[in-house]
Design a protein around this ligand. Sequence first.
Ligand SMILES: Nc1ncnc2c1ncn2[C@@H]1O[C@H](COP(=O)(O)OP(=O)(O)OP(=O)(O)O)[C@@H](O)[C@H]1O
Length: 217
Amino acid sequence: MIRAQNIHKSYGQLEVLKGVDLEIQSGEVVSIMGASGAGKTTLLQILGTLEAADSGEIYFGDQEISRLGAAKMSQFRNQHLGFIFQFHHLLPEFTALENVAIPGLISRKAKQKCLQQAAELLDFMGLKDRMSHKPSALSGGEQQRVAVARALMNRPDLVLADEPTGNLDSHNAEEIHKLFDRIRQEFGSSFVVITHNRALAETADRLIEMRDGKLLV
Ligand SMILES: Nc1ncnc2c1ncn2[C@@H]1O[C@H](COP(=O)(O)OP(=O)(O)OP(=O)(O)O)[C@@H](O)[C@H]1O
């Protein structure tokens, strides 16, 4: 579904990605592990079109998305990708429901429809009773589940998660990974998840190790 081909990326003299090839199938959950500085976040950002590679291509189906202009690229991102980060980045002045609805509103769907869909997603996440709470009134695990719901709002084909459980205790971390599996079954989304937790990484369909700017095969 998404394919990265011979990706190179440097920051100044620092060569961070040294020819990375990666293909993710539809509905597949892939975890990426590797030492700090190995280039995991950089790769995820390039897959998510948040960062440009120096060379190499990213294909989504037959379309080369790495060559799209800025407007088309952000439209692609909004329609096809979901992002989850270590820190949830929820907007503090909005309720859980509103936070989840925001990507739908950005893609100009009707407000009532967005709120209804956001409520369904929060229900799916086990947060039916927490919808009208602001992030500060939610636990860390609940905040991250709201962030997961927000990532799903536009029914992404691919969810990119950068240490989504890095800030959680082991119980909540495990719950989030179980949720990814339920989401994959319910919505068919693929996942690429960076994690430092080997036990959780091993629950994925495929575990990829990254070392010094390359994927180990
Ligand atoms: N915008 C940037 N400018 C300069 N150097 C950068 C930039 N982003 C990342 N780097 C450097 O590139 C290298 C790879 O960073 P990256 O964040 O991809 O590693 P990582 O494998 O995700 O590490 P971690 O597990 O610590 O998050 C690091 O040495 C980092 O300092």
